[in-house]
Design a binder for this molecule. Sequence first.
Ligand code: VG1
Ligand code: CO
Length: 548
Amino acid sequence: MILSTLAITEVNCAPFQDQRPGTAGLRKKVSVFRQPHYLECFVQAIFDTLKLPQGARLVIGGDGRYHNTEAIQTIIRIAAANGLREVVVGQHGLLSTPAASLVIRKYGAAAGFILTASHNPGGPDGDFGLKFNSPTGGQATEQVTEAVFRASQQLTGYRIADLPPVDLARTGHTRLGELAIQVIDPAADYTALMQQLFDFDAIRDWLKSGHRVRFDAMHAVTGLYARRILVDLLGCPPDSILHGESLPDFGGLHPDPNPIDAAGLVAESMRADSADLLAASDGDGDRNMILGPEFFLSPGDSVAMMLASLQQIPGYRSGVPGVARSMPTSRALDVVAARLGIPCYETPTGWRFFCNLLEAGLIGLCGEESFGTSSAHVREKDGLWAVLFWINLLAARRCSLKDIASQHWRTYGRHHYQRWDYYTADTARANELVAALRSALPGLRGRQYGDVRIESADDFHYRDPVDGSESAHQGIRLVLGNGSRIVYRLSGTGTTGATLRVYLERHVHDEASINSSGSEILAPLGNLAAELARIHEFIGANAPTGMI
Ligand code: VG1
Ligand code: CO
């Protein structure tokens, strides 16, 4: 049954062939998304695949990038034409990815649409993206996104309701015929949850005793959340937040919280008057970078140290049943999990692979090397949550970030870690490189390079322990005898060309190696990785285009 009081138009058009979602949703240039019928067709393919019950509720929100509000209006019209009756949308069209995950679950929505290209640049020449989440608040599984892709290729058109634009500026309830619309405060539910998990009183005391926090919102979605939590509730001065205004082009910044794109914050951390904790988040608020005075916290270390510190944080005192990390993420987490006697699952890259484990109660903490960490409180990674976790930990421990890390490394050893990215415009050559490496795997096993031996070489294949689904070709990994590991995979979030990611890791125990720089320890491994994959021969690169 279609909504009776709404005028619905059936639009016929040819299907698009390029709507295959990547690591986290469909990401394309804004100009691609703005082609006539493009967004409409993708959304129709989602509804055709999900077959949501008539009258169902939908949550919509985005990171505020260019095209956000126009796309929301289009999605509402398609949703109405496909029988949805209730839409919950963030004020001004904003919802950070973790807040959207929470809202989807809390409001009992049948699905959620999150409009974001995450850390990719925004603006008219930038990127746009769309991902859809399940009623749990988690990202659609690989099986569902593949089914949507197949549906999109066979589409003959879409249905769209003739509706005036919804006023997104004011919170409250409105109706358009049979469609009920609720515009919500994007930060209210999220803020309340953070107050349950963390010790806001202890943090306030810590701040009152002269400690300082600096948060870079990169002109993306987290500005409003950070103001509400850090400034209004915790009492940080307003200038603790940098680039706090949400702008459609992110003020021309690249909203990726890493030492390169947030170099200004790194420079601040090196100054004598550095804040005690400096942090940044990405476009949609699911990533985090954590710094302390003269200290960069590697994301793989962050999740391992969180696990070792759960007792200090009110929401986590009873511990977690297990943990998980994406395959390329450093194995620092495994070492702590082993010490605690809990399982550590290894999943393919992308948050969607953690969702089944979280939902089944097998894990309560998980992370990725790409500045992503979260717990079972939502089904997405959560940037501000990680920042609050670390602030709470500093307040509880009353020592510096660097001291916490040094103590951790003395106990567990240190996993030096780097990611070397090689970009090429020639996607075909990048695919050939990976194919050649894959076929070379049997010959690599047992090979000796100087004083290291390749102990194992394989192409990561994942079997989900909850639903038994299989995901093949999730990255090539070489485990070396001296605590080192090399992982190769192609990025699934770019919108042009191809990026080969080479992940390097080495576990060290002696004081001198622990205190050495990562670059020094990992340079020989990076060079070996380039040689083994014949990177220069395939894509002509002599050096990485980016190192994180
Ligand atoms: C990257 C990261 C991956 C992360 C994904 C989405 O994917 O490596 O760990 O889950 O981005 O993060 P890829 O395929 O480019 O390596 V976000 O903040 O864009 O939702
Ligand atoms: Co993101």
